[in-house]
Design a protein around this ligand. Structure first.
Ligand code: RP5
Length: 163
């Protein structure tokens, strides 16, 4: 089993989530990707979570839109960290999914990123794994340094244009 799994409520969520997999890849972390819904395939979702946990998956990333219960349902079945990604897929543009994902009862946390926060979900997963893996922690630190350099370069180019 890979170190992380990304579960999404529908394949219609995938375009928002491609950066999760791309960012995890940049950070050298493998990821299984599944379409499994808290409402439409509850038994299969539970089985997959339990198998993944047994297989050694360290972090679950769960994305859903509208009445977004996937991350919470997954958190109910594992004591591994769960990161929730609310998707802007309905008429409320993700505010419904944000509140459905973040408002967990005490004792069953879901670390919820911003609506559509795919990159942060991947970086957070890497940071969690990095607490027990020095190579991953180093790759996260390097990735953040590269991000800083990109911003400084953008600023430099803008200053050139404004001269
Ligand atoms: C949610 O309902 C999914 O995560 C998706 O964001 C939304 C719409 O799903 P589809 O009707 O496109 O399958 O459960």
């Amino acid at each position: 089993m890979p170190q992380t799994v990304l579960m999404m409520g529908s394949d219609s969520d995938w375009p928002t989530l491609e950066p999760v997999v791309a960012t995890l890849k940049e950070l050298g972390i493998d990821c299984a990707v599944r379409v499994l819904s808290a409402h439409r395939t509850p038994e299969q979702a539970r089985e997959f979570v339990q198998q993944s946990e047994k297989g050694g998956t360290k972090v679950f990333l769960c994305a859903a839109g509208v009445a977004a219960h996937l991350a919470g349902a997954v958190a109910a079945h594992t004591s591994r960290p769960v990161i929730g990604i609310p998707i802007a897929s309905g008429p409320l543009n993700g505010l419904d999914a944000l509140l459905s994902t973040v408002q967990m009862p005490p004792g069953v946390p879901v670390a919820t990123v911003a609506i559509g926060g795919a990159v942060n979900a991947a970086v957070l997963a890497a940071q969690i794994i990095g607490t027990g893996d020095a190579a991953v922690a180093q790759r996260v630190a390097d990735w953040r340094k590269a991000q800083t350099q990109k911003v400084l370069e953008k600023d430099r180019k803008l200053q050139e244009k404004l001269k």
